[in-house]
Design a binder for this molecule. Structure first.
Ligand code: T4K
Length: 391
């Protein structure tokens, strides 16, 4: 059977719009440039560039207020924030997490010489399946890292119940979930602590950046010291720390983007609604829903390619990419299929059937404030063409 690589293979004669610039998943949203430059001028005048500067402090205050948490410790990226959080919580031995996540969740554990143990997901939510988590608990288990995938909350209460029952520490990788809520409460308020990413590709960015948020005073203080090499005052180191500090320029971007956040969410919400209307009307496609009773950032347009779609997921991606629409297959093939984990658990796939099903059928499409007006119509036209393709 011929592999479809482009719209031309479908015998269409160039009637579709073309994009000179690639349409990226994760194209950064950026707030007001003038305001950002004002902050940059202030930074130049002040000559205070990093190490808990005034803009980082303001950023942390605004974050904590927005989320309704006591402490926000800003960091240089989400991965270091995860590493510091797991270290501050004294996780060791084995920690359970979903295989269906970005590789950073697993690596952050592995770098602390903690063994990530992969549990399966619920294929409906793409989040951890509590029954699978239970099965993975051993005498060496010390914690669970839930991931609020795509910004939709993990089964927080069920995971907390398991953690309490087995004396485990529960924390969340909330890299996707800034600005999202669970039962009306902002994500950031669950578990021992939660970790955000403000990477450029997230709907809200600080160039690179992240944060650990928590209500626990002692934990926050420990994390604050650990991100600054473990210093407690001049010449006195009390923890094995690292350099996890956010810079002033990153905080400036965060402050500017805070002011524009409603605009980012609204653009994402509109794009999600438009994609949903158009793509859900095509047999064999299903756009992941967000619970409209919650706060959502709508940053990921996740489409599941079901069995009755006549063209494979990877062919769809090839065709879209050939048209400069850079769709992605996040988080294929699952952490357990990547090194070093594949070598540790060569048979993990046998106990992660839902991870495989979901990882094999997801594509993520471009969104954000810079998405051209005709992009969604074009994606839908291409997918309709593919749907009507007879192999
Ligand atoms: N936990 C979870 C669940 C995560 O998803 C992540 C990160 C983390 C933890 C770790 O947080 P950080 O340490 O990153 O703060 C991207 C991001 O690098 C990564 O932050 C993110 N998750 C992951 C889901 O996506 P890639 O491999 O997709 O990046 P890349 O370079 O392919 O960029 C994506 C697209 O965005 C490209 O088409 C280009 C475009 N782009 C990218 C950048 C950086 C732009 O248009 N402008 C830009 O400045 O990983």
């Amino acid at each position: 059977m011929k592999i479809i690589k482009s719209v031309q293979d479908l015998a269409v004669n160039g009637a579709l719009p073309t994009f000179d610039e690639p349409l990226h998943v994760g194209r950064p949203n950026m707030g007001n440039q003038e305001s950002f430059l004002t902050y940059v001028n202030e930074i130049f005048e002040r000559r205070w560039l990093t190490n808990n500067g005034p803009l980082v402090q303001e950023f942390e205050r605004r974050m904590a207020d927005f989320l309704g948490v006591k402490h926000c410790v800003a960091m240089c990226n989400g991965t270091i924030a995860l590493e510091i959080a797991t270290r501050a919580l004294e996780l060791k031995g084995e920690v359970i997490m979903p295989s269906y996540s970005f590789i950073a969740t697993a690596h952050a554990l592995q770098w602390q010489e903690i063994t990530p143990v992969f549990a399966d997901i619920d294929p409906n939510t793409h989040n951890l399946d509590p029954n699978s988590v239970r099965k993975m608990i051993t005498p060496r288990t010390t914690g669970i890292v839930g991931v609020h995938l795509w910004g939709r909350s993990s089964p927080v209460e069920e995971l907390q119940a398991i953690a309490d029952e087995h004396g485990l520490k529960l924390m969340f990788d909330a890299a996707h979930a800034f600005g999202c809520s669970h039962n009306g409460r902002m994500i950031g308020n669950f578990g021992e602590c939660e970790v955000f990413s403000f990477h450029a590709t997230k709907f809200f960015n600080t160039f690179e950046g992240g944060a650990v948020v928590t209500d626990n005073d002692d934990l926050a203080q420990k994390i604050r010291l650990m991100k600054n090499f473990g210093f407690s005052g001049y010449d006195n180191v009390i923890y094995s720390g690292t350099n996890g500090k956010m810079t002033e320029i990153a905080a400036a971007m965060g402050l500017v983007n805070f002011d524009a956040m409603d605009e980012f969410v609204e653009a994402n919400r509109r794009n999600h609604a438009q994609y949903s209307t158009q793509l859900n009307a095509i047999k064999g496609l299903s756009v992941l829903k967000y619970d409209e009773c919650e706060h959502n950032n709508y940053q990921y347009i996740v489409v599941e390619i079901l069995d009755d779609f006549p063209v494979s997921r990877d062919e769809i991606i090839n065709v879209l990419q050939a048209e400069n629409i850079l769709a992605r297959r996040y988080f294929w093939p699952g952490c357990h299929n990547m090194l070093p984990y594949r070598a540790f658990y060569p048979h993990a796939g046998l106990i992660l059937p839902n991870t495989k099903i979901v990882a094999d059928r997801v594509i993520v499409l471009p969104t954000g404030i810079s998405l051209p007006d005709n992009a969604i119509d074009t994606v839908a036209s291409i997918l309709r063409l593919l749907m009507s393709h007879k192999p």
